[in-house]
Design a protein around this ligand. Structure first.
Ligand code: ADP
Ligand code: MG
Length: 238
């Protein structure tokens, strides 16, 4: 597992600056949750960390290495999105192993990795089904399984549960907490669900207009929000 350091990180699309200078330290094995209003830059920041967007200015360090210009596939990162496309014609096993097969990993080794991920995610009984034969929560677990088999140092989740109904969200939230314990990996997680943020996070980052409004433990942000904006997002009434 790797830690991350962001120093003066900025992003502009044309003349519009959407990430306005972010400094942040994330420890190895930490579970960091980003919250903030729609459009404040959460997804853009995750995409920059993953290498799917370039960094306009500033430094990104993952596991002690400067990553600004490193290829996404060489950053030790896996990302799980809100909308995840599984291959409809492939079984769960084939979906989960696809990235490894594409990378030329031997079949025995793929089976071993996929079986291990299936065990962690309790997908073993479903390995021969196609995505169309799965519930929303099961499909999301397959999407997470695809990421696990790559043994990422850092997991990025961008609102992974927001398409699921309330009951499934609670169930998956518990599974993600368990996953964090079992894999001992660094997790960066975006959500607009206050309960997810409060229960999953070691550290919450509240974003506003491309900047960090406040960083702290769930308890700190709840008990001692810096301002009404933070209080409105997760704090107690101040
Ligand atoms: P969030 O995930 O917090 O809702 P985003 O990171 O998706 O916010 O977006 C932050 C801002 O950047 C928004 O104003 C959005 O319109 C803008 N933006 C995101 N991606 C692009 C892009 N590829 N081109 C231009 N503007 C973009
Ligand atoms: Mg977003």
């Amino acid at each position: 597992m790797s830690g991350l350091k962001l120093r003066g990180v900025r992003k502009s699309f044309g003349s519009v600056e959407v990430i306005r200078g972010i400094d942040l330290d994330i420890e190895p094995n930490e579970f960091v949750v980003f919250v903030g209003p729609s459009g404040c830059g959460k997804s853009t920041l995750l995409r920059m960390i993953a290498g799917l967007e370039g960094i306009t200015e500033g430094e990104l360090d993952i596991g002690g290495t400067r990553m600004n210009d490193v290829d996404p596939s060489k950053r030790g990162i896996a990302m799980v999105f809100q909308t995840y496309a599984l291959y409809p014609h492939m079984s769960v096993r084939q979906n989960m192993g696809f990235a490894l097969k594409f990378a030329g990993v031997a079949k025995d080794e793929i089976d071993r990795q996929v079986d291990e991920a299936a065990r962690i995610l309790e997908l073993a009984p479903l390995m021969h089904r196609r995505p169309g034969e799965l519930s929303g929560g099961q499909r999301q677990r397959v999407a997470i399984g695809r990421a696990i088999v790559r043994h990422p140092e850092v997991f990025l989740f961008d609102e992974p549960l927001s398409n699921l109904d309330a009951e499934l969200r609670v169930h998956m939230r518990i599974e993600i907490a368990r996953l964090h314990k079992e894999l001992a990996t660094t997790i960066i997680y975006v959500t607009h669900d206050q309960v997810e943020a409060m229960t999953l996070a070691d550290k919450i980052v509240v974003m506003r207009d491309g900047s960090v409004a406040q960083v702290g433990s769930p308890l700190t942000l709840y008990d001692d929000p810096d301002n009404l904006f933070v209080a409105g997002f997760i704090g107690s009434p101040k």
